[in-house]
Ligand binder design. Sequence first.
Ligand SMILES: [Zn+2]
Length: 133
Amino acid sequence: MSECCTSLPTVASTCKKHRCPVNGKMYTRVSEKTLLHQIKEPWTWTHKKQAYYFCDDPTCDVVYFGQDDTVIDKMGIKTKIGIDTGLQDSLICYCFSISYKEAIAKPELKQFVIDKTNAERQGRLKAEAVSPR
Ligand SMILES: [Zn+2]
C-alpha cells in the first residue's frame, strides 16, 4: 500500500498518501491550489502533472513534496509552517523571514538583521529629525 506512489505518475489520482523523501513518513495529499498559494514564487515553479503532499514535521526541512520526490522546502514557502511548534521555528525577524533556528545555526544572519534594523532605525530617526512636525 505504501509503495503505491513509487510507480508511474499516472496513478496520482489514486494516491492519497506518499512518503516524505527526507524523514520517510507518510503524508497526505494537498491540492495544487493550496500549493500555489503557499510557495513564494509560483511563477518559477515547474509544475508537473503529479500529486503533491504536505510534510508537517517541524524538524523536517521539506514542506511539500511531489510524487516524484521533488521537494519544496521551508525557504520556498511564504507562510511559516508550524508556527506553534515552539521557539525553534518561530520567526525572529518577519521582514527577512529568519527563524530562531536559522539564527542560531548561522550567527552572521543575526548580525545581518541587527545591522539592517539599526540602519532602518537610524534612517527613520533622520527622517523624523527633518520632519516639520
Ligand atoms: Zn518531511
